[in-house]
Ligand binder design. Sequence first.
Ligand SMILES: Cc1cc2nc3c(=O)[nH]c(=O)nc-3n(C[C@H](O)[C@H](O)[C@H](O)COP(=O)(O)O)c2cc1C
Length: 172
Amino acid sequence: MNVFDCIRQRRSIRAYQDRPVPEAALQRILEAVNAAPSAGNLQAYEIFLVRDAGRRRALSEASFGQEYVAQAPVVLVFCTNAARSAVKYGQRGERLYCLQDATIACAYAQLAAVALGLGTVWVGAFDDDAVIRALDLPGSLHPVAILPIGYPAESPEPRPRRALEDLAHELA
Ligand SMILES: Cc1cc2nc3c(=O)[nH]c(=O)nc-3n(C[C@H](O)[C@H](O)[C@H](O)COP(=O)(O)O)c2cc1C
């Protein structure tokens, strides 16, 4: 599957089969993430891989009861590591680059998952402190995206998008 097929086929998947994600598939997703660009190549983020059912349940509750977070067999949690970027870029690294690094990484994981026949949904609605507690995160890390991963149990239609003329602006 080429990258355009992955982009075209990706949907937010909110129902998963009761089937484990093979270790090799997870590995390939993480390798794709690791190839993502980052400011100064600092990769100012950490990823937590959650398979434990109790922690998935805690993440689901932290996400205001979004059930698919508990249902998916694997959940990745992307956290910024601001200090890692601040070493080189100061406040810009702390406020902006680490966030961009972590979110690009999550986008790569979403596309890699599609190529492997897996589904994901980017979960951004959560109580930060509850996620920090669920994962026992150190104070230096901040969660920015939760990504449940599993084999899809639904095939949603594509969601509408803005017209390109509305979105992309050519300047004279
Ligand atoms: C920053 C961000 C936060 C999101 N938060 C949630 C969320 O908390 N729960 C959810 O079900 N979907 C969430 N989504 C998924 C969007 O609803 C979804 O991408 C959008 O409706 C377009 O649908 P599609 O992904 O199927 O193309 C989020 C997506 C992004 C990029």
